[in-house]
Design a protein around this ligand. Structure first.
Ligand SMILES: Nc1ncnc2c1ncn2[C@@H]1O[C@H](COP(=O)(O)OP(=O)(O)OP(=O)(O)O)[C@@H](O)[C@H]1O
Ligand SMILES: [Mg+2]
Length: 257
């Protein structure tokens, strides 16, 4: 972690869901982690281990059953309004509104924040251009490819000038080459704007490539392994790390470092 105060701090977080029949299900067992300003953290873990739940907690969409969560020093659930412009989120599906054009989709967050219409359009056009969608501002989602739609979703996230970017399997449903290209575009923008970024992926290879740091979660969620991923890692090193991470996920035991 960098020397500055943590942007994200989760301490002994537990999240238990209770069904209508009173059955309890532990989605997050005991999760503690800190993320510093400007870090790009890739999070991997088995399906159902609680990755998206972790994002929901950090986004203040739900509260932990136990433990403390601080984002930018505040409680994302209790201080929900404070965070309205602080988060940019890109999900697996683009979540565009089909009746709005690319430009109107990209202005959505700014509209909610009460920006003047002229400002909304100026900012959204800038980001659509950055995402190589200049000329497609008036296109509707059904007129765009999956990759282009995801670009609109990314433009929408950056338009808000958020402090933290969350990407939950954002490139998972695209073909491999489109995903690779879009991931590069996204990460270049993250680096250029010096944002803090948390990125969930099923693709361990992707996790090694993207992050400055990689966190492996167990099932149910707790940190099994937390490692810095070197820049310019060789293919052989990446393959070794990938094998190691797969073994850790399978063993589902905390690795002491
Ligand atoms: N609202 C809810 N009520 C009950 N159980 C839930 C709820 N939300 C999530 N869960 C359960 O909590 C566990 C963790 O879910 P979560 O969506 O966080 O997993 P995930 O790691 O994101 O999985 P995936 O990789 O498949 O996206 C799952 O078993 C899921 O069924
Ligand atoms: Mg998920």
């Amino acid at each position: 972690m960098s020397g500055s105060a943590a942007v994200v701090a989760m301490t002994n977080v537990r999240r238990v869901y209770t069904s209508v029949d009173g059955d309890r299900f532990v989605a997050i067992e005991d999760l503690s982690l800190e993320v510093g300003e400007g870090e790009i953290v890739a999070i991997v873990g088995k399906t159902g281990c609680g990755k998206s739940t972790t994002f929901n907690l950090l986004l203040g969409l739900e509260a932990p059953t136990y433990g403390s969560i601080k984002v930018l020093g505040k409680d994302p659930y209790g201080d929900f309004d404070y965070f309205r412009s602080k988060f940019g989120v890109v999900f697996q599906t683009d979540r565009l509104l089909p009746w709005r054009t690319a430009l109107q989709n990209a202005t959505l967050g700014l509209e909610v924040l009460g920006y003047l219409e002229s400002q909304q359009k100026e900012i959204a056009r800038y980001w659509l251009e950055k995402l190589e969608l200049g000329g497609f501002e008036e296109a509707y989602p059904h007129e765009l490819s999956g990759g282009m739609r995801q670009r609109v979703a990314i433009a929408r996230a950056f338009s808000m000038s958020p402090e933290i970017l969350f990407a939950d399997e954002a490139f998972g449903h695209l073909d491999q080459s489109t995903a690779k290209r879009l991931r590069e575009v996204f990460l270049n923008l993250v680096a250029e704007t010096k944002k803090t970024c948390l990125l969930i992926t099923h693709n361990i290879h992707e996790a090694i490539e993207v992050g400055s740091r990689l966190i492996v979660l167990g099932k149910p969620s707790r940190v099994l392994y937390d490692v810095r991923t070197p820049v310019g890692v060789s293919r052989a090193q990446a393959a070794d790390l990938e094998d190691r991470i797969l073994t850790i996920i399978e063993a589902n035991e905390v690795v002491q470092v």
